[in-house]
Design a binder for this molecule. Sequence first.
Ligand code: BGC
Length: 746
Amino acid sequence: MRKNRGVKSKAAMSAGIAMLALATSGTAQAQDTTITPSDIAAAHARAVASVRSMQPAERTVMTHGIMAMQLSPDSPPPPPEAVPGAGYVAGLPRLGLPALTESDASLGVAWIGGLRHDGATALPSGLAQAASWNPDVLYAGGRMIGGEARAKGFNVLLSGGVNLTRDPRNGRTFEYLAEDPLLAGTLVGAAIRGVQSNHIISTIKHFALNGQETGRKFVDIRIGEAAARESDLLAFQIGIEKGQPLSVMCAYNIVNGAHACDNDWLLNTVLKKDWGWKGFVMSDWGAVPSLDTAIHGLDQQSGVQLDPKVFFGAELAEKAKADKVWSARLDDMNTRVITAIYAAGLDKHPVSPGGKIDMAADAAVAEDAAKQGIVLLKNEGAILPLAAHAQRIAVIGGLANLGMLSGGGSSQVAGEGGPLAKVSVGVDSPFAAFFSQAYNGSAPLAAIRKLAPQATVTFRGGDNLADAVNQAKKADVAIVFATKWASEGLDQADLTLPDGQDALIAAVAAANPHTIVVLETGNPVAMPWLGNVPAVLEAWYPGARGGEAIASVLMGQTNPSGRLPITFPASVSQLPRPVLDGYADLEPDFMGNPPTPNAKLSANYDVEGSDVGYRWYARTGAKPLFPFGYGLSYTSFAEDGLKVDGLKASFTLHNTGTREGADVAQLYLVSRNGAAKQRLVGFARVNLAPGASQSVDLSIDPRLLADWTPSGWRIAGGDYSFALGTDAQHLGPAVSTRLTGKSWKD
Ligand code: BGC
């Protein structure tokens, strides 16, 4: 049992208050450890000594790696010790340094298009996990993935995607966590701690500002320093502080004119100097334009087959032999890689391919995450949970008889035996298998039937509109499952549900007033039929046990508690960039390469600056379809007694309803010296028994109140007002505190 930080139980109320139970994985894991900055400092000292004893031929062995797969029949196969996966970096056995065996792992140990035949447990998508607003969920997921990775022989996980969800059409939004730096950074930090608790290295990625997939390898993100430091970079900074990841993956895109993996400001100034981070920077796969990236802060070239050449091998060795600056840089690159190995304990706790995985226990972790992340968006007339006396339930659409949709690309996970069904989207590349619409996990239809044994539950695919309508007419309740696939490498044209599903929902809703819509989407979607249906659940891509989780919420065994970690716009016209840069002009290219060598594309993030997501809506006054932080419950809550004294806040939460449930308290800055400014400054998810109350204490990170200036963070002295919100647009009474002005460096 773990405690929510800052949440204290009132003695009189403590009986019956169910604190969050941490689901733990049953897969054999190394002993739980949290890596601290002092562990990293000690590892660094050892690494310096190891680098001193390196022989010349050893100096570039660990500075580059390959994709651990054979890309074509005539390319060389990877060495036998490379576990099929995203990457392999040879080790130095003479120095006791193991090879690095790397797998994608944001949502589970990745399936890599079926190259490795053993399946893994799929967690719900990043947004789904984040919708729990519960770091314990992310920790448990990371710990579970790390356990499975060890058993498959991986010791470096390319997990930890924390790019802010600046655009709801971004194809990778489903992999990421939130539009807010505090929420995203806190949650990714927990996931990283979970992964690294297994004595393996976790990565935080994609550093930085990788906000769209269109032209991802050449789009130049234009953004001022203050805006970057207060938004995307702050999410990374918080994630690094909380999670202590031992590697950072630099991104594909360009930032203010320099490729992220060749960006002296991002890598040397911000990450290594200002934040004092001691791990190693690995490139994204195919993101290294030149050897100079080493001088600009890149420590390891990944997946060299995808770059123009191996820059960090013989070429780097030659440079280091001839030039002292390069030699010192090469020592630093090695020191950083070896620091990570020692700090995680890769040398002392070798991974063991062929280890045993407790799939049932790990599935329970995935199910818990799905249950906590499903968001109830509408529940008119309390139609949900479904009454036990519903006799005829018509389930329609979304392949609900089969399984759950998952997002495409390198993060895709499949269970044992591979996906239940897979539809190719027609990509001509060695990576075609990565880009398919794959259904995994559990069928919600079976799960509904199991929980509603009294009912006759029928299923129709939804392609035949008349037949679906006919079924809906005959039923007490119709449940329409609607899906929208998203994938790495491909942004979405708009917010519309594809394949006529809006028309299907409208027709079913017209036939049966008790129509419930369950959305399986990676991104926010538009809901033109919203006024005509009484209930909507956002189930995201809910992972290996999504069917059970959805059924449990529908039937009321689980009280929904998810809150949106991303704003659902009313239309794309509300976005800072109503037209996604490059989308209309570029041919879809999953790799995001420029169509011609000199092709240029840029995106101006200074439109919104650090006012990403809900902050943009606060600034423009636009009303979204559903705001950030929004989500309903089967019980009701009240929040009161807000006091803020300096950087300390306290308040009380009450469950005013009749059943147990979890509330997510959200504390927002609303103004500084009378000028409106909205920022989430704290949150706490608390389980409450009916009638119970609980007091919550929060500490406010001063960076969330500050502005970034050319000399660092600065808080202007004066009055700061705060309010509790049930979401970013529904705020309670504001209270103020007086702060003295201060400035500080990172
Ligand atoms: C993705 C990374 C991933 C890498 C290795 C790249 O295409 O951007 O997120 O870790 O591939 O699979």
